[in-house]
Design a protein around this ligand. Structure first.
Ligand code: SAM
Length: 225
């Protein structure tokens, strides 16, 4: 699933991200992009209007555990992953920093059982600490620059309840050198951070999406013992 975007959209995203980085507000450009789109999903590069296929693949083997479990979806975008989990019986909270994205989810899914919330990964409610049996982080950490990476990883890990699961889907890079972005793929040492925060790796699946452009994504299941 190597997403080819129209070049003008790629350049626009790059420009918005650069402007936000210059102001040291790395999450600020997402609301601008969602608002500018005015309901046109083709203007949101990551919006596939379907749950991510790698979580669907994982769920085929793990559905028996889900009913009634509390799930948190980080950076939920337009809500497709959150809806898929709610349909399976999870009690889902899904958050995004963009008020327009959250309103868009509520408009797309008016009968949803998902609790959609505007929230910032770097300033989350205290009651979310270790409060979720299932946490889903998909392509959000990689959308944030390296200077906020450890804070983002700490926040993601903090949501996982004792015995709970974190499912992570992210692009990865082979070196520790700083990549150009967005997205900024994760390195091995960044992934190791999850384990230093009390999460054990249960399974790691590597998806090689483009040999030509060396695009690799991983799906990692962690558990807090
Ligand atoms: C690259 S998109 C990925 C969306 C979705 N997870 C997916 O895989 O399709 C990153 C998402 O994270 C959200 N986001 C960025 N910074 C955030 C923050 N500090 N707190 C919460 N959400 C944030 C953006 O608004 C955007 O919806």
């Amino acid at each position: 699933m190597f997403e080819q975007q129209p070049q003008n959209l790629q350049l626009h995203v790059q420009q918005l991200a650069n402007e936000a980085l210059q102001k040291a507000e790395p999450s600020a450009w997402f609301e601008v992009l969602y608002a500018e789109a005015q309901g046109d999903t083709t203007q949101i590069p990551w919006a596939n209007l379907a749950p991510h296929p790698y979580i669907l693949e994982w769920l085929t083997n793990h559905q028996q555990f889900v009913r009634g479990q509390k799930a948190l979806i980080i950076g939920c975008g337009l809500g497709d992953d959150a809806e898929a989990l709610a349909h399976l019986g999870f009690e889902v909270t899904a958050f995004d920093i963009s008020p327009t994205a959250i309103a868009w989810c509520q408009q797309r899914f008016p009968d949803s059982l998902v609790n959609y919330v505007v929230a910032d990964l770097f300033a989350v409610p205290a009651q979310w600490h270790q409060a979720f049996e299932f946490v889903f982080e998909c392509r959000n950490i990689q959308a944030l620059p390296l200077n906020v990476r450890f804070g983002a990883i700490s926040s993601v890990a903090s949501f996982v309840a004792p015995g709970g699961t974190l499912l992570l889907i992210t692009h990865v890079r082979d070196t520790e050198a700083e990549p150009s972005g967005p997205p900024w793929a994760l390195s091995d040492s960044e992934l190791e951070r999850f384990e230093s925060l009390g999460l054990q790796q249960v399974e790691k699946v590597l998806y090689r999406e483009s040999e030509q452009f060396d695009v690799k994504q991983v799906r990692i299941e962690y558990q807090r013992s």
